[in-house]
Structure formats: C-alpha cells, structure tokens
Design a protein around this ligand. Structure first.
Ligand code: PFF
Length: 488
C-alpha cells in the first residue's frame, strides 16, 4: 500500500497546529502563567520551548519523515527492539482520546445551550447535577447521563466522517477550515474580552511580572510540563503526521512554525480568560482570586457564569467561546485517532476505512465509561495518571533510544537535508541531555507526590483501577511486537 501524503505544506502545518492547539491552550496555559510568576512565566516557557519542545518536535518530525511509518513502525525501523516505545505513545493517545472526546461532548452541549444561556445562574449545579448527573462515588455508575451520551454520539460521528476520508480529503481539508476558523474566533473573543470593564485588571493579574519567581524551581517545572503537553509530543501523533510528508520537506522550519503558533495561541487565549474573569470580579466587586479557576472548572463553571453576566453580546460571545473549545478539541481528537489508526494500518496492512472503523469502535466503547454518572471521577483519575506516566515516559525512552542509541546526529543530518535553517549541536544537547533530565525529574516529582498523598478524595480501589489502566496499556505495548501480522 502506498503511503498517503499531504497535498500541501500548509496542509501539514495546519494539521499539526490543529493537534497542538487544544484544551491545553485554553484552560491550562493561562492558569499556569497566573500561578507561576505572571508575565515572567513567558521567559521559562520560551526557554522550555527552545530547549525541549522544539528539539523534540524536530526529532518527531524527523523520525516520521525519515522512517515513513506511524510511531511503532518508525521506532522499529530505527531499531527492531524499539517498537514498544511507539506503541506506548499510541496507547497513551488512545487512553486520552476516550475521555477527551467526552469533554468535547460537554462543550457541544454548552454550545447549544449558549443560545439561551441555558446553564442558568448556578453553573456549578448545572454542570454536576443537570448535565453530568454525577453520582456519589466512582463505583456508582448509575447508567448514562443522557445529554452527554447524545453529544458523544455526535462527536464520534464527526471524527469518523473526517478520519475515513484520509489524509488529504479528510484531515487536511478539515484543518484548512478549522484553523482559520479557530483564529477568527480567538480574535473575536479577545476583542470582546479586553473591551469589558475590569478586563485590564484581570489581564494585569495574568501578566503582572514577579521576577522573584524565576529562581523558583517549580516555575521551571511547570513551564517544561506545559510546553510538552501543549505540543502533543510523546503521543505518537507528530511522528504519524510527519510520516505523510513528502521526502524533501523543511522539517526545522515546520517545527518552529507549529511550536510558535501553538505558544501564540495560548498566550492570546490568556487575554480572553483573564479579561473575562477580570470583568466578572469587577461586576461582583471581588478580587480575581475569588473567581479564578482552571481546567474543567474554568471552562464549564467560571466562564459560563461570567458569560451570563456580560453587559451585551452574551449569546454571540458564549457561542464563539464554546465553538472554539469544540473546534480545538475536534482537531486534536482527529490527530489522536490518526495515531492509533495509522499504527493499525502499518501493523496489520489493512485499509484505512477498516482501521478507522476499528479504532473508533473500540475507542467509542471505552469512552462510554466517561458518559456514565460516575464518568467525571474516572476522567479525573485517568487524566491524572496518564499525564504523569503516558507521554512523559514515551519522551524519556524516545530521547534515550533515538538520541543515544540510534544517534541524534543521524536524525540531525536527515532533518538538515532540506531545511533552510540547519540545526546545530545545540539540538543534540536538548535531545540527549536537557529532555531526559527534565522528563525524568517530572516523573520523579509526580511519583513522589502520588506516594506522599493519594490523589483526590477517591477510594484507593478507584485509584488502583486508574493505575491498572496505565499498567495494562504498558503491558500491551510491550507485547505488541510479538503480535504477528498473520493474526489478521
Ligand atoms: N496538545 C493538545 C492540547 O493541548 O490539548 C492535545 C493534547 C495533549 C491532549 C496532551 C491531551 C493531552 F494529554
């Protein structure tokens, strides 16, 4: 089977940006900046991009384009024994997709509700009681939350329609619409946010530089974690997307464009988040600390509340906000599913449509867990553990296996072939030294925190189940190389 290729360079870049720009840019970056020194966070973040994010992006683009395979195949072609590293990336993507799809489902519900601000004034109760109908504990599933289930069906249908059409007609075409749309929505939202009374106060909180924090180790840790998460690295995605590049592609430039565009999106979104929160604090006569939130709480509780309080254009602004979350999530989901489907196509030499159908069937089935009334607990638990042991572990093995054993210099020679900007020895340093140290440190500190106190208020049995999912995923990754094509 001939490998599919991108139609245009722009198509590839937009798809890679589509993967990178996701929920992490909307609800993770601005809070990370706010908590870690405000405006000065940009300094460690930029350094993290240059010393870890961009070097790894170049490595993943280089591997994909050199070995021309989805992650497991690419690693296998570097060295027979490396195949499992690729599978752990693929399975990490798979585990994330199962709940990321449900979050997109919530966002679609909010998009529909935008038209009458249907979340009402008590947004916390709307989210937990009306929408999710949350049960009392992780083990009380109590059936499905009907609207979440209905939205989930729509999400899977959208992914399926795009994915089955392939690289050019599906992924590329969709991102050529989604990315411009996303940036237009962002611009609309920024204008709306910064013109609100009190907005500048909020933005001041977001960006007020606290230089003393630069000596704080935790700030640097947060910057590296954010760069890594936001760029969709260590998830088999960027290797897969770049495996569809034509031979003579400018890898280095592409990696810079994608990484900087992703950073720019996050930074700009911060103005929307903090501008709007600043307005709400102003309208309620309280400080920003009283209204600020991150993650799910920010997108589905704090901001809807602020949106209902806007002095005008409530419906339009709300719809633009939830449409932007939905589009950002969908373009990331497509890349997550592609990483898995493409690996199946390589391994079992099956047609795209079959691989996509299979991937979506299994993944949609797993996502049902998160549509039950205990779904939010499982989402929180699995997200917590996969963030510590999913892509970061892939990153550690990747940099050691390719950087040290296969040889960073060989990949560097490859990427320099057709790139305008040539990477120098600084790149080897990033791959072989900075990245392994930073990533090993991240795993170490997360593990220390997990052992010091169990995560959240969950029963130990539920936490063990969360860890169990990760352990089973790792076991499958180790076993996959032994599965032969003949099984098909
Ligand atoms: N980079 C995307 C985001 O920031 O949302 C996609 C993604 C990365 C999703 C990492 C999930 C994840 F754990």
């Amino acid at each position: 089977m001939a490998r599919e290729v991108w139609n245009t360079r722009v198509g590839f870049i937009l798809a890679a940006i589509g993967s990178a720009v996701g929920l992490g840019n909307i609800w993770r970056f601005s809070y990370a900046a706010y908590e870690n020194g405000g405006g000065v966070f940009l300094i460690p973040y930029f350094i993290a991009l240059l010393t870890a994010g961009i070097p790894l992006m170049i490595l993943e683009f280089g591997m994909g384009s050199k070995f021309r395979g989805a992650a497991p195949m690419a690693f296998k072609r570097a060295k027979q024994g490396f195949e499992s590293i690729g599978w752990w990336g693929v399975i990490t993507s798979f585990i994330i997709t199962a709940y990321y799809s449900v979050i997109m489902g919530w966002s679609l519900v909010y998009l529909v509700k935008s038209f009458n601000l249907g979340w009402g004034s008590d947004t916390v109760s709307f989210f937990y009681d009306t929408l999710l109908q949350t049960s009392g504990s992780p083990w009380h599933f109590e059936g499905f939350a009907p609207s979440v289930l209905a939205a989930l069906v729509v999400v899977w249908f959208l992914i399926w329609i795009i994915e089955k059409k392939g690289v050019q007609k599906g992924i590329e075409r969709a991102n050529k619409v989604f990315m411009p749309l996303l940036w237009i929505l962002l611009i609309i939202l920024v204008f709306r946010a910064v013109t609100l009374p009190g907005a500048l106060n909020g933005i001041d909180w977001y960006l007020k530089p606290d230089f003393s924090r630069l000596t704080d180790f935790g700030v640097w840790q947060a910057a590296y974690a954010q760069a890594f998460y936001s760029l969709s690295l260590g998830m088999a995605i960027m290797i897969t997307y770049s495996s569809y590049l034509p031979k003579k592609s400018d890898i280095v430039n592409n990696a810079f464009i994608v990484s900087l565009a992703d950073g720019a999106f996050s930074f700009t979104m911060g103005f929307v988040v903090f501008g709007t929160l600043g307005y709400m604090a102003f309208a309620q006569g309280v400080g920003i600390v009283e209204v600020v939130d991150q993650g799910i709480g920010l997108a589905f509780m704090a901001l809807p509340k602020a949106l209902s309080m806007l002095p005008g254009l409530k419906v339009l602004t709300s719809a633009a906000f939830f449409l932007s979350i939905s589009v950002a999530a969908l373009s990331s989901l497509i890349s997550l599913i592609e990483a898995f489907a493409s690996a199946l196509m390589d391994k079992f030499e099956i047609e795209r449509v079959r691989a996509v159908n299979l991937t979506i069937a299994i993944c949609a089935l797993c996502s049902l867990l998160y549509a039950t009334k205990a779904g939010i607990y499982w989402l929180d638990i699995v997200d917590h553990f996969i963030n510590s042991y999913g892509m970061i572990i892939v990153g550690i093995f990747e940099t050691i296996a390719i950087g040290w054993i296969f040889g960073a210099d060989k990949i560097r020679a490859w990427v320099n072939n057709y790139s305008d900007i040539k990477v120098g020895a600084w790149w080897d340093l990033g791959i072989k030294v900075v990245l392994p140290i930073v990533l090993i440190y991240l795993v170490y500190s997360d593990t220390k925190a997990n052992l010091a106190a169990p995560y959240g208020d969950y029963p130990i049995s539920a936490l063990m189940a969360g860890v169990g999912v990760i352990a089973i995923g790792m076991l499958i990754s180790v076993l996959m190389p032994f599965v032969k094509r003949e099984v098909e």
